[in-house]
Each structure stands twice: as C-alpha cells, then as structure tokens.
Design a protein around this ligand. Structure first.
Ligand SMILES: Cc1ncc(COP(=O)(O)O)c(C=O)c1O
Length: 282
C-alpha cells in the first residue's frame, strides 16, 4: 500500500481524492516541485523550497500548508513510511489554488489550497547517462512565464511525445531562433570551445541542477557564458548536455538524426557529469 500526503493527512493513495472543481484540474492553476531523495536525505531542499515559494507568489496562490519546513518533513516521512530510505526516491509536491465553482478570476479569499505529495522509488538510468542519448529540436510553444514551475505542462507534454516518437530522449526547444531549454531539462552546449546556456529569464525554468552545474563550471574554471545559442549553432555544437533533478547530466550525442561532435559524450560534459555525481552522492 502506498501512502501519500493530501492537505495535512497521510492516506493510502487509493483514498486520496480531490474535488472535480479543483483549479489544478480545471485551469492547470497550480505549482509543483520534484525533489530527489537519496537514502532518506532530501537533495538541495532549500533551493527547491525557495523556487516553490517563488512560484506560488508569482501566481498569487497562498502558501498556507506549503511552508518549507512542513513540506520537507512531508517528503522525509513519505519516503520513510513507504520504505524507500535504502535507495533513491523522488517526491512530487503539487499545490493548486484549491477547489471552487468555475470562474477564471480567483476564488473567494480563504479558499483552501490543495497540497498533495507522493513518493516513488527512483532508479537513475546510469547506462544512458554514460552512453549519451538522442535529441530533437522543436519550436518552444510555451507561454512567457516558463520561470514558474506550473502544473500546466502542455508544451513539454507535446514536445516529449514528439521526442518519444522520434526515438529520442529530449526535445530541445527554440524561441525566436534561440535554444531556450529542454522540454523538462535545462540545456548546455559547447560552441567554438565555449560552454553556453540560456541566461535566467522568464523563458526558462531556473533549474536547481543548472545552478549547481554553474557552480561546478566556476570551480573547474571552464570557459562559460550565459548567452543564448542559435538553432544554427546548436546544429554545429561540439557537445550538448541537458540536466535536471531526474536527469542529472545527460549527454546528447545525436541531434535531429546527426552526430553531435564525435557522437560520444564530450570531455567537458563528462567532467561536469562526474563532478555533479560527486555532489549528488556526497
Ligand atoms: C522546463 C524545465 N526546465 C528545467 C528543468 C530542470 O530543473 P531542475 O534541475 O530544478 O529539476 C525542469 C525540470 O522539471 C523543467 O521542467
């Protein structure tokens, strides 16, 4: 039996119910986070909690019931109660504006938010991280507040489906001719010997993994710029990798059916991948 958390209660998953008028269901009106838990220890909690709080503030959703200390304890208990402290797990936390009769504008003040969290066993795909994966490119059709981690994920859903149908792992998105990020990852590429990634803005999610990788890049004195890469330059990049909480550092060795560099993970990527694994499993 799997135990989940809903609005202050720990309940069997089958008994966790939310009303059909929940605004998460009706409008995609909510924020989520996913955290990695290694042997019962939540990785990079403070950064995830800060992003969640920022997302809720951005959508003007009350953070009652979604305070950092409460949710950290929820993550730890879910992993414990579900017997997942031996290995790795992920916990998804979803906070919606709550249930109320349908109006686009906000429901009456005091409408309780819906706060849900569930844990799952997580097994990283180490073989794919070592060998590299395929990617495709797709227009970035998402809205202009991609910095908010909202539960409305239609752009990524369609992009990941296209990737899946092409036998690829990730879709790299482009807006106005520039590569923004992956459908569910941030993207880095080496072009003319310089590692580059899209700068923090409303057009990308401020990835927790991205931030840790930027620290690693600085520690290793790797030539680096937070400057957009054009789609044209992406197709001649020497190295590409994508990153995220469930992706770690994933080399992309084939893009749109053509080899990236030599078609194997490049030296800069491998260095960062190894340094990131050390941080993760420290
Ligand atoms: C669009 C997008 N970009 C980047 C990321 C990576 O963010 P993080 O490293 O915080 O998991 C995600 C993760 O879900 C994402 O959905």
């Amino acid at each position: 039996m799997t135990t989940v958390y809903l609005n202050g209660q720990y309940v069997p998953k089958e008994q966790a119910m939310i009303p059909v008028e929940d605004r998460g269901f009706v409008f995609g009106d909510g924020i989520y986070e996913v955290v990695r838990i290694i042997k019962g220890r939540v990785f990079a909690w403070d950064a995830h909690a800060a992003r969640l709080a920022n997302g809720l503030a951005g959508l003007r959703i009350s953070d009652a019931g979604a305070e950092s200390a409460t949710l950290k304890a929820v993550c730890e208990r879910l992993v414990r109660d579900n017997g997942m402290t031996d290995g790795e797990a992920t916990v998804y936390i979803q906070v919606s504006r709550g249930a109320a009769p349908r109006t686009h504008h906000f429901p009456p003040a005091g409408t309780p938010t819906t706060v849900y969290a569930s844990a799952s066993v997580f097994k990283p795909n180490f073989a794919m991280r070592d060998i590299g994966a395929k990617g495709i490119t797709m227009p970035d059709i998402r809205w202009a507040r991609c910095d908010l981690k909202t539960v409305n994920l239609l752009g990524p859903v369609l992009a990941r489906q296209a990737a899946q149908e092409a036998g690829a792992y990730e879709a790299l998105l482009h807006r106005d001719g520039m590569v923004t990020e992956g459908a569910a990852t941030n993207a880095f590429m080496v072009v003319d010997g310089v590692l580059r990634t899209y700068p923090l803005s409303h057009y990308i999610l401020p990835g927790i993994t991205r931030a840790l990788i930027v620290e690693i890049i600085r520690e290793h004195s790797i030539r680096f710029e937070e400057r957009p890469v054009s789609l044209t330059d992406l197709h001649r990049a020497e190295e590409i990798f994508v990153c995220g909480t469930t992706t770690d550092v994933q080399p992309i060795v084939e893009l749109d059916g053509k080899k990236v560099g030599a078609g194997v993970p490049g030296a800069v990527t491998v260095r960062i991948k190894e340094a990131f694994a050390k941080k993760l499993y420290a």
